[in-house]
Design a protein around this ligand. Structure first.
Ligand code: IYR
Length: 228
């Protein structure tokens, strides 16, 4: 694609990965195999994870594409025992209500195979919690509101990349969505334009942890192909 002179300075050459085309099938298969080993883990060890690791995981998430490159996200990384305690207390309060009346019988039945309940000890045991916030709008230098675009899509992609990076590093996580979760905005003192999107405990799995015996949909179930 050609760009006019006025735009030209804003463009730089793309540096393609140095991958031989003959290596691509193998690389695609290897990455699938790696990602297929990812599981949501709900019991954590308290073994520490260095802050630098968390920083690199978050910076990986922040490489995600976003609407108009607005990068409408903030990642709060929490290892403070007191803040984790407050988050657990509030999350369990909301989850208790959800599991005792707010969620439908059908929903509770769908969750049975996962073995979840209102208790969330991982919120205190995992060495780090990452709370992903979406920025529903931004503020300019004059504190005027400026638009962000495709915020849910952008933050969803970033969160997916975060989950992939956590797994690739050799750590585990799960996507926790206490509902409602505005208490996170309060505890973490985030500004009004930031809304909690998802909470991910990050760390090592508890020794001998088990996960539900799930299978994934087959290629035939998830892929529809149109080709000549
Ligand atoms: N937010 C609750 C309930 C929950 C809902 C779904 I959909 C899940 O896949 C898992 C749990 C919780 O975190 O327990």
């Amino acid at each position: 694609m050609k760009h006019t002179n006025s735009q030209k300075e804003a463009f730089i050459p793309y540096t393609q990965l140095d991958v031989a085309p003959t290596d691509i099938p193998q690389r695609a298969l290897e990455h699938y195999t790696l990602m297929d080993q990812r599981r949501s883990v709900r019991e954590f060890s308290d073994q520490p994870v260095p802050k630098e690791v968390i920083e690199n995981l978050i910076m990986t998430a922040s490489t995600a594409p976003s609407g108009a490159h607005k990068q409408p996200w903030t990642f709060c990384a929490i290892s403070s025992a007191e803040i984790k305690r407050q988050i657990r207390e509030m999350a369990e309060k909301e989850e208790y209500e959800s599991y005792h009346g707010r969620m439908s019988d059908r929903w509770l039945k769908d969750l049975e195979p996962l073995g979840t309940d209102w208790q969330k000890p991982f919120l205190e045991i995992a060495p780090w919690l990452i709370v992903v916030f979406k920025k529903v709008y931004d503020l300019d230098d004059q504190q005027e509101k400026v638009n962000n675009y495709y915020v849910n899509e952008s933050v969803g992609i970033a969160t997916g990349m975060l989950i992939g990076a956590i797994h690739q590093a050799g750590l585990v996580t799960l996507t926790h969505t206490p509902s409602p979760m505005n208490f996170l905005q309060k505890i973490l003192e985030r500004p009004a334009n930031e809304r909690p999107y998802m909470l991910l405990p990050v760390g090592f799995p508890a020794e001998g942890v088990q996960v539900p015996n799930l299978t994934r949909k087959t290629k035939e179930e998830v892929m529809v192909c149109f080709e000549d």
